[in-house]
Every structure is written in structure tokens, then in C-alpha cells.
Design a protein. Structure first.
Lengths: 357, 178
């Protein structure tokens, strides 16, 4: 043994006792890991760029940062003047407020950036960043005693719902980290909203109440996702079906009987001749404008959930949920929940939420 | 994953994969280190979580290590443990009333009491001496690595080790003989 490591054998034997460590709780490991990664993700949003990419410190060409920044801004301005038009407008729109004409361009550019991204983690980062931007816009407007437009609040809500949807589609190992990141953002923004309320800005109590409730509801949903991932995914999928009609889904629902008038808007015909469940209906039925009832020509509507009738001209709709009828010629419709017959367009078809704006 | 320097460069950008790699690589060792000194799973988990949190905060402040990440993390963990004992000094009396589990409760209790006695003796040492003993004799680190973790020269580590072993012998062996 190396003399440096010499140790009394009795002492060595005693220290051996401490080497026996009980195994670490896997749940605690997963929780700690997810928390750490969520913290990292939150900090990543706040980082402007890698150190070597930022113009800090002294340099030989411009001597110090301020001059370098001046040169940088000059170059950017020159390029904007030269290129003009589109790029400049988009750039200028980034600070636009909802009351500004350029605001539409700002949100459009956000949507485009989101559209071109395919990494779920980055998508969540971007959506949370947009969520924060919306809260800042609402804050700025209320500070000027302007009621925030409804579309801004709707968009804010949509950002967080999309982020939850993306998280729900992640695998079990990545989802907790994403959910913690979402929860951290929601809690931070909720605190910001509470502080604003304390400061007593006028005329916006209703808006603040709405925002707080929205944050709290989503935080509860995130908590559920952390404890019961499958239940969370189920809820998100159901919400998506409720809120984003018209996209394709599985076909199910009562099949109509011949010569029947379509049923109610929930996709369940009143007709007692209709077969309950998954079976196809017969022809000679006419769906109502919600796409719920069958007609004999069997053309399913958009989002239609039921099968078309036999012998008709079945037409699958946009996002139709049900299969077309036998012997029919598929044609798109819209909104039909049952597809026996020839449904006219409706608006209650179930479908999956669209990830992209 | 290559060197610590490259890993840290990626961690400074809070790159998800780099951070995950760091956690997966170092958290088991940090946990072992903490539980050996603290003897409490919850406290050990708190120590690990706080260590990684402080590491991220250091990165965010453009501080933190440029190399030897493991040594840096153990230094943070040890500072946390030292702070913990400053806030809550160890009890003078050893608790010998631990519930027995498993097939051989007497052995379990005896083992637990012995662990507590060694931990108690370790806590009588200075924080640096504790760190040297645990890293050297339980984690099998070299003197050079320990020197990096303690931010001290190797000679100082040897001196700390010598005094720590003398102290442990006094607390654990000579006391029994007396």
C-alpha cells in the first residue's frame, strides 16, 4: 500500500461500514433530474447567446464594446434600408403592441417560426416565450388603461394549450421535464399578474381574474401530468377533440336506418331505427347541418363520426371520423358527426388539435 | 462526450443533452457522498438538488468551472453539508432506537448504530478533513483530484488526511480503549 494511504486497519474496517449505501429511490432520481433539466430549460430561454457570440470586452478593431455595438447597429440599419420592405417590416414589428398595425405581422412571424420548428423541446421553449410576450403585452396595455383585446388573451391561452399538447406527445422520460418547465413559467407569470393587481391598475380586474384562473387551471393540469401521465394525456386529447373540430379521427357512432332524418348535434340520431355504436347505417338518410344525420346518398361531412350508409354515394369529409359507405364515391364534406347519408357541412366534428399555427 | 471543457461549454448554453449527461454522470456519486456524511436520504436528495441548482446559477452568472467539473460539484455539495451542520449541529447523544427491518433486525440495528457512530466521529472533524476522508477512503479519489475539489495544494491534502485520521482514531478507537 502507498504509505500516503496508510490507515489503521481497525479504522479502515469501520469506514467500510459507511461504504454500504442503500439504493437511491428511482422516483427521487427522476424527480431530481426533471427538476434540474426544467431549471436549465428556463435559464436557456433567458440566455441571449453564447459568450463568444456576444460583443463583450475589448477588441483591437473597435477598442470597446460600445463602439462595436454602434457599428453593429449601423450595419443592421444599412441592411434594412437596402433590403427594405418585408424583412425590415418584420423586424420592426417585433416590438409592436396589439393596438399597432404591425401586430399582425409580429404574430404571423411567430407562427412561421413555430411552423418551421420540428423539435418538441424547442417548440415548448418558443411557445412559453410567446406566452410570456403576451402577458407582457397585456401588462403594458393595462398600464395604459387600455383593455387588452380578446384575441390577445385567446392567443395567450392557445400558446399554453399548445405547449401542453406538445408535452403530452412526448415520451415518459421527456414529459416531466417539459411539464415542470411549463409549470415554472405559469407560476412566474401568475405571480407577475398578482403583483400587478396589487399595484392597483384600474379597469382590468376582470382580465386579471381570467388570467389567474387560466394559469391556476393549467398548473393543476400540469400537476396531474406529473403524477398521472396517462390521465393527463387522455385529458389533453379530449380537450383537443373538443376545441379543434374538423380533423380526422376514428369513425364511430350510431348508424342510421333508411329514410331517416338526421339526429341531434351530438351525433346521435333520434331515430330509433339507427343502430347504436360502430356499425354502418343504411342509405336514404339526410344529415342535418351539424353533420349528424344520415341520408340515403351517404356522404359523410367534415369531421363526421359515423359510417355512411350502404348503397349511397359516400363522401368522406375533411377530418371526417367515420368511414364512407359501401359502394359510394367519397367526397369531402365538413363537420358531420355521422356519415350515413349526405351530410352538409357542420361544425361539431371531433378531431385532433393542430400542433402548428 | 469528450472533455469536461467541451461539456461545460455546452452546459453554458444550457443545452439539454449536456445537462442531462452531467446529471446522469455525477448525481449518483454526489448522492453517495451526501448520504455517507448526512445519513438521511431526504437530506441527501436535498443536497444533490441544491448542488445542481447552484451549478446552474453559477453558469447563468457566467461563473463556474472551466474544467474539473466533478471536483467543482463535490465542493458545492460539501459546502452545503457544512452549512447544514452549522445551522443544525449534530446531536451529542446517539439515537439507538431505530426500528429493525428485514430478517436480521439485530444485525441491522448494530450496523446502523455503527454507521451513526462513524458519522458522528466524522462530524467532529473539520469540513475539509471530512471531505478528505470520504473522498479518499470511501470514493477512492487520488490526492490530486481531492486537491482540485478542495482548491488546495496536494501537500495540504496530505496534511489534512493525516490530521483527520488521527482525529478519527482518537474518537473511534482510543475512546473505546480508554
Amino acid at each position: 500500500m502507498n504509505p500516503e494511504n496508510h490507515i489503521d486497519p481497525r479504522l479502515a474496517a469501520m469506514l467500510e461500514e459507511l461504504k454500504d449505501v442503500s439504493p437511491r429511490n428511482p422516483k427521487a432520481v427522476a424527480r431530481g433530474r426533471a427538476y434540474f433539466l426544467a431549471q436549465g430549460a428556463t435559464m436557456r430561454q433567458a440566455v441571449s447567446g453564447r459568450e463568444h457570440q456576444r460583443p463583450i470586452g475589448w477588441n483591437t478593431l473597435f477598442r470597446k464594446e460600445r463602439r462595436l455595438m454602434n457599428a453593429f447597429v449601423s450595419v443592421i440599419l444599412s441592411l434594412v434600408l437596402l433590403l427594405g420592405g418585408g424583412a425590415g417590416t418584420v423586424y420592426a414589428a417585433q416590438d409592436a403592441m396589439p393596438t399597432n398595425l404591425l401586430y399582425g405581422i409580429k404574430t404571423f412571424s411567430e407562427d412561421v417560426r413555430l411552423w418551421f420548428n420540428h423539435d418538441p423541446q424547442i417548440e415548448i421553449d418558443m411557445l412559453l416565450q410567446m406566452f410570456q410576450t403576451r402577458v407582457e403585452e397585456i401588462t403594458a396595455l393595462t398600464a395604459m388603461d387600455i383593455n387588452p383585446p380578446a384575441h390577445v388573451i385567446e392567443r395567450l391561452n392557445l400558446h399554453i394549450e399548445q405547449a401542453l399538447h406538445v408535452a403530452a406527445n412526448m415520451n415518459d422520460s421527456a414529459m416531466p421535464s417539459a411539464l415542470l418547465q411549463i409549470r415554472t413559467t405559469l407560476q412566474t407569470q401568475e405571480q407577475a399578474i398578482i403583483r400587478l393587481k396589487v399595484q392597483g391598475l384600474s379597469g382590468t380586474a376582470q382580465v386579471f381574474l381570467h388570467l389567474r384562473t387560466m394559469c391556476e387551471n393549467h398548473i393543476r393540469l400540469v400537476e396531474l401530468g406529473l403524477t398521472d401521465p396517462q390521465g393527463f394525456r387522455h385529458i389533453i386529447r379530449e380537450e383537443n377533440q373538443d376545441e379543434f373540430p374538423g380533423t380526422p379521427g376514428p369513425g364511430y357512432g350510431p348508424g342510421p336506418s333508411p329514410s331517416e332524418t338526421p339526429g341531434n348535434e351530438n351525433g346521435h340520431g333520434d331515430d330509433t331505427h339507427n343502430g347504436e355504436g360502430m356499425g354502418p347505417g343504411n342509405g336514404n338518410q339526410t344529415p342535418d347541418d351539424q353533420g349528424l344525420g344520415p341520408v340515403d346518398t351517404s356522404t359523410p361531412g367534415n369531421g363526421g363520426m359515423g359510417p355512411s350508409g350502404t348503397g349511397g354515394t359516400s363522401q368522406p369529409g375533411n377530418g371526417g371520423m367515420g368511414p364512407s359507405g359501401t359502394g359510394g364515391t367519397p367526397q369531402p364534406g365538413s363537420g358531420g358527426m355521422e356519415s350515413s347519408g349526405t351530410p352538409t357541412p357542420g361544425s361539431h366534428g371531433s378531431g385532433n388539435k393542430q400542433d402548428k399555427p | 462526450m469528450s472533455s469536461d471543457a467541451e461539456l461545460l461549454q455546452r452546459a453554458r448554453s444550457f443545452e439539454h443533452q449536456a445537462l442531462a449527461f452531467i446529471y446522469d454522470s455525477f448525481s449518483p456519486g454526489l448522492y453517495r457522498y451526501a448520504i455517507r456524511l448526512l445519513g438521511d436520504t431526504f437530506l441527501a436528495e436535498d443536497c444533490v438538488a441544491e448542488t445542481f441548482k447552484r451549478f446552474l446559477q453559477a453558469l447563468q452568472a457566467r461563473k463556474g468551472p472551466n474544467d474539473y467539473l466533478q471536483a467543482y460539484l463535490y465542493r458545492i455539495a460539501h459546502n452545503w453539508i457544512a452549512d447544514h451542520y452549522r445551522r443544525q449541529p449534530p446531536q451529542d447523544e446517539l439515537d439507538e432506537s431505530h426500528p429493525a427491518r428485514g430478517e436480521n433486525p439485530e444485525k441491522l440495528v448494530s450496523h446502523h448504530i455503527q454507521q451513526e457512530q462513524i458519522r458522528y466521529a466524522l462530524q467532529k472533524l473539520t469540513p475539509n478533513q471530512q471531505q478528505v476522508i470520504v473522498l479518499k477512503f470511501l470514493e477512492n479519489w487520488t490526492n490530486e483530484d481531492i486537491a482540485r475539489a478542495l482548491n488546495k495544494p496536494v501537500g495540504a491534502v496530505k496534511s489534512l488526511q493525516h490530521r483527520a485520521l488521527a482525529g478519527l482514531k482518537r474518537f473511534l478507537i482510543d475512546k473505546d480503549l480508554a
